[in-house]
Design a protein around this ligand. Sequence first.
Ligand code: AHG
Ligand code: MN
Ligand code: MN
Length: 327
Amino acid sequence: MNDALALPVGTTLDRFIKRKQDEFSFATGELSQLLRDIALAAKIVSQELTRVDLQGSGGTANIQGEEQQNLDVIANIRFIRALRNGGEVCSIVSEEEDEIIHTGNQNAKYIVAMDPLDGSSNIDVNIPVGTIFAIYRRLSEAGSDGTLEDCLQQGTKQVAAGYILYGAATMLVYTTGHGVNGFTYEPTLGEFFLSHPNLKIPNGGKLYSCNEANVSNFPLGMQNYLAFCKEQKYSSRYIGSLVADFHRSLLKGGVYFYPGSSKNPAGKLRLLYECNPLAFIAEQAGGQATDGVERVLDKVPTALHERCALVIGSSEMVDKVRKYMLV
Ligand code: AHG
Ligand code: MN
Ligand code: MN
């Protein structure tokens, strides 16, 4: 079934969510509420990102030793608060928190893994950043906090996933496993409107996206693929905000890669709240996501902040990378 059938461009996000819910007789409305909670936090963060006085860093670091920007911390608070108050999520995994956050909603049936602000090195220079989220149904019985097992589910078990891109316009793109739809925020009205129904990623493309400064540390197969891109006269595009680089690939076709190196074989990006949700969206849009060889969604997570090499985008381009990696 396709999420966008019969729903025209301009449909508000709230109406879209409600109409989709009505199509499932067993739906209780909890996932719908959860998506609305995320949209609410997105509106707040979108506004806060415009405030120069909130830029900069307070000097704190996250579990990965990365310096937290003030807006990393603020976005984390906004999303946790919205999810806690919304009542549909029992536990949250966040890039900015060492351990699982329990909301106190012990009867809630959903788990969220999120990167509250992605591309945070771009905040202070007015370059697009994003939020990424994955939603899972808990495995444990309701009535207690979510468990580590609830949070370490395979990407194939995602119930929904999405991202918010805070760019020239703020957009929310999400899937519930029935196609991908994009909504554009109209700040004067305080509403997201359907602007990109039933998104499909072009099968092929001529754009590649990676941090080429790291090329000497790339696996040989990736180095050779990069040489192939240059021979083919492809264009290089790299923003350094995964959400923005992925969004461009989704709309225009292309491949994004952040491979491992001999020092960091699993690369930099995080499996639970960066790779898995974007992999779900990519596949739902007709694209692919691998770690170079293996499908991302098949990977079995072993730790909350586990890293994963990522090759994502147009199907033919991801296939080509896989061929180079296997040689
Ligand atoms: P975050 O800001 O959430 O830590 O994510 C940063 C990530 C991702 O957004 C981006 O694609 C990548 O780091 C950029 O890394 P390099 O600076 O190594 O290219
Ligand atoms: Mn990130
Ligand atoms: Mn982040």
